[in-house]
Design a protein. Structure first.
Length: 150
């Protein structure tokens, strides 16, 4: 994970797993974390092995993505006009073995793929409640995003 080139504004935050005799505690997000931008809603999403969801860009929402079950590959694309990483991609896989939080700011395109062989589940602690008018979607084969290596 040390060689990942992050798009400007993306944050990867290592998270603690606290072992317990009767079960473990998996940290997610605290109001005191730098990446916390408010609470709108929290939801879980699953993605089947090799299935891909995306492309989607939120116009105002900050995503805080955690993978407590399975493994999920996130690909993010930056097409913001004034960004120092304009037209760059970040490719990040999160899992229990690589337990981190991926924070995605508004105006970054994202798609994700299940790469674990069984259940792949993410938790998103979003800064805003769901609003269908707040996001934009593109098909996976969109020529606007230079990525096709699913």
């Amino acid at each position: 994970m040390d060689n990942i080139k992050l798009i400007d504004g993306l944050q990867l935050s290592p998270l603690r797993v606290i072992p317990g005799e009767l079960g473990d505690v998996y940290h997610g997000l605290k109001a005191t974390d730098v990446s916390f931008q408010g609470f709108g809603e929290a939801y879980f999403s699953t993605v089947h092995c090799k299935a891909v969801k995306g492309w989607k860009m939120h116009t105002r929402m900050v995503l805080n993505l955690i993978v407590p079950v399975g493994a999920i590959r996130f690909v993010c694309f930056d097409n913001r006009e004034d960004s120092p990483t304009r037209n760059k991609l970040s490719d990040i896989t999160l899992s229990v073995q690589n337990y981190q939080r991926l924070t995605v700011p508004p105006l970054i395109w994202m798609a994700f793929q299940g790469v674990g062989s069984e259940l792949n589940m993410l938790l998103n602690v979003a800064s805003l409640p769901h609003d269908p008018g707040e996001s934009i979607s593109l098909p996976l084969n969109s020529p606007e995003i230079p990525f096709s290596k699913w």
